[in-house]
Design a protein around this ligand. Sequence first.
Ligand code: ATP
Ligand code: MG
Length: 433
Amino acid sequence: MAAPKLAAVRGMNDVLPAQAPLWELFERRTVDVLRAYGYQQIRTPLVEPTALFVRGIGEATDIVEKEMYAWTDALNGDQLALRPEGTASVVRAAIEHNLLYDAPRRLWYIGPMFRHERPQRGRSRQFHQVGVEALGFTGPDIDAEHLLLVKRLWDVLEIGPVRLEINTLGSTAERAEHRTALIAYLERHIDALDADARRRLHSNPLRVLDSKNPAVQQAVAEAPVLLDYLGAESRAHFDQLQKLLTAGGVEFTVNPRLVRGLDYYNLTVFEWITDRLGAQGTICGGGRYDPLIEMLGGKPAPACGFALGIERVIELMSEAAVAADTAQCDVYVLHQGGATQVLAQSVGESLRDAGLDAIVHAGEASLKSQMKRADASGAEFAVIVGAAEAAAQAAAVKALRARGAAAPFAEQQTVPLAQLATDLAAALERISE
Ligand code: ATP
Ligand code: MG
């Protein structure tokens, strides 16, 4: 009896070989852009103490209330969680290793995040983010730098136009004053609020403004906006940010209703949104979180950052038909078993020494069926190490793709082994011209 098949956990997806080249392309181009702005990578664990996220994200947030994979370690009783986002971990690591002792830091990370949400288009339970955290900078120049960086990223990823919305959440004191006015307003309109909004009315009233329920949206249309509660400093920060964006050619709209799901944001918040992904159109979000470092036990220091959802960006790349290099390798090496198998292995190694990519046929099969494999592999050239060639210290080379009449090795040719790598490299060069 066949053993029952196992399947991946719902909402946790495989990236199969057909999609992987697009992921690699995304990663290469993104890393280039991050380097171009002087950001350094940081890698933190997937598992952290649950308390880090409860303190760092806030108790009254979707993530902590209902989306976190958290458990008690069966061996020692520790409270642990899979990271739902990257900022809290990066700040934890920066404090723990004293990274801010002499200068501010520009950091970035990439990797999987975990949230127990209902899986749907653009929403999975394991998803991937690239994020940037600038620790120890007051801005608003660095806030603008992040938006220039993201804009450049969209350009090099060739995903077409993405809309930028920005807002400011002011200082903690300004938010408190606004919050009082907002709660009073919401209490006066409580009949129009749904259960979610009522629950948040006192715990996280800003989130009520963010409700997706049209009835609630209508009820809060006239609610007091934070912009009217800003002091001179917050206003100056926001004004200067807008000046820098305009000077840098970054288009944006101010959306006074934009808030972020996480508690720790202040001043600048932003989202990059597209209409091409259905309901889950936000591909990047971020802003300033000056209180967080101190909240997590560090010496007070300002900070800002953003995170972008890789799956959503990859979907845009594949819709825009961004071409990833899917060719497996340059050369497929065939042999006839026995001594020719040993020779084929060393031919493969010498091709790799010369910087070529080579697949050496594994196992024994007829040359005809090996040729089929070679063809299916995507390799440009077949290199045949048969008994006759081996005896002559040579290999037969045959082009596998039609690249016009000029293709080198369109007809099979015998090449001495000593010359093989050089001739193949030259042929590949000619093809790529
Ligand atoms: P949303 O409103 O879509 O739930 P969020 O505010 O929870 O987003 P952030 O915590 O700001 O999202 O994460 C930054 C980005 O990560 C999002 O803009 C989105 O592109 C991506 N993202 C968030 N949650 C998921 C998920 N469950 N699946 C795939 N991508 C996600
Ligand atoms: Mg969410």
